[in-house]
Every structure is written in C-alpha cells, then in structure tokens.
Design a protein around this ligand. Structure first.
Ligand code: SAM
Length: 211
C-alpha cells in the first residue's frame, strides 16, 4: 500500500456505498492502464474508435444532474484549490461545464475527435491529445481532473506540480465502467500519496496529493 485514503461523511441522503457487479469490458482496460500504461499504445486506436462511436448521443445520457453530483461534491468539499487546472478525458464536456463554473480551465483534453466535436467551445480550450503523453511540461499542472477517465499514473505524476492534486470522480461509483476505488488510485500513482474521498449521489470522488 503506497498511500492512504480518508473518507468524509456523505453529504447527501442519496449517497450510497459502492455496489458490486459491473463486469463492463472497460473495467479491465482501466485496471490494466493503471497498473502499466505500456499496455495502452496498441489498444489506443480501438478504444478511441469506440469513444468516437459513443460520442453521437453521449451528452444526452451523461450530463444528467444525478450523474454530476459526485463531481459537484468533490469540488465543494475536496479542497482542490486552484491554479492551472486541466481536465483529462473531458468527453463532450459534461463535467467541464461544472468545473468551469467554479474555476477557469487551462485545457480540457480528450483523445476522441468525435467527443470534442460535440463540446461547447466556450467552456475551455479543448485539446485533442493522449493522456498517456500529454503536451504539457513536467510539473506545470496544479489540478488534474478525471471524470470517468483512465488513470495514466506516470504521466499524471510527471505533469503535476509538487503540491498538485489529482481529482478522481466515478459518477456511478463501482458501477462506473471506468472505475477504480480511491485506494487503487493512490496505489497506482508513483511514490506516496494521500487522498480524501467521499460518496455522493450514486458515485464517488477522491482528491489525491503527494504525502
Ligand atoms: C467514459 S468517457 C468520460 C467522458 C466525460 N468525462 C464524462 O464523464 O462524460 C472517457 C473519455 O476519455 C477519453 N479518453 C480515453 N482514453 C484517453 C486518452 N488516452 N487520452 C485522452 N482521452 C482519453 C475518451 O475519448 C472519452 O471521451
């Protein structure tokens, strides 16, 4: 165990502990990438094509109020701070819109051209890039936001400043296809990390920083 996670009390009555049972194929992809991102390059074209296809009706199904409760709660109670904020795997911008209400984003990144084509350009500078090889210099990002996004741990560690925060949100908790429990997030990151986490709505959030 490389890090520790403490939990805040659920903020809302609908908050629920994780349920078990998602065997979505993205679950395995998520675990493998977090364990070793050398697994990714060969699969990147296939996964990108899948998200391009999903982008057609993504926004309607993924921007509901309930889905965004965990992100809002993390932004409220995660002591995220500010600075240079970058979102990874922004999709069509459902989470981007909520983040941008609170703090300006330096960039919202996604690998899928289809997803980005459907995002509201006014929210942030949208950048098409691969989160395994980001176009940012080492230590140049203060906050990395990941909402239902794969964890490329080494690259996140590279771009985050010494006091940087990594915000992990699973909008449907353990039912989210791209899911890792907060303990697995801190364990995947290089070195020692400490996180605060909470359940909200149907999901969870976690804010990790170096110990
Ligand atoms: C499950 S979706 C989540 C989208 C959005 N955050 C949301 O919650 O609606 C994952 C997103 O991550 C993007 N993605 C997957 N791998 C990526 C990578 N290596 N670099 C950047 N974006 C990636 C996909 O294209 C997709 O838009």
């Amino acid at each position: 165990m490389a890090g520790t996670v403490s939990y805040v009390k659920p903020a809302t009555e609908t908050a629920a502990p994780p349920r078990f049972g998602s065997d979505h194929p993205m679950r395995e992809v998520t675990r493998r990438i977090a364990a070793d991102d050398r697994w990714w390059p060969e699969r990147a074209p296939m996964v990108t094509a899948a998200f391009d296809e999903l982008s057609v009706d993504w926004h309607e199904t993924h921007s509901t109020e309930l889905r965004l409760v965990p992100l809002e709660d993390g932004l409220d109670r995660g002591e995220i701070g500010g600075g240079r904020v970058v979102e990874l795997g922004c999709g069509t911008g459902a989470g981007t819109e909520r983040i941008a209400r609170r703090m300006p984003l330096a960039a919202a990144v996604d690998i899928s051209a289809g997803m980005l084509a459907r995002a509201d350009r006014a929210l942030a500078p949208f950048v098409r890039a691969d989160a395994s090889a980001l176009p940012f210099s080492a230590g140049s990002v203060d906050v990395l936001m990941l909402v239902n996004m794969f964890l490329f741990a080494a690259e996140a560690d590279r771009v985050l400043a010494a006091a940087g925060r990594l915000v992990w949100v699973n909008t449907m908790g353990s039912e989210t296809p791209i899911y890792l429990p907060p303990e697995a997030v801190v364990d995947a990151l290089p070195g020692r990390w400490t996180a605060v986490a909470g359940y909200a709505g149907e999901g969870l959030w976690c804010v990790a920083r170096r110990s």
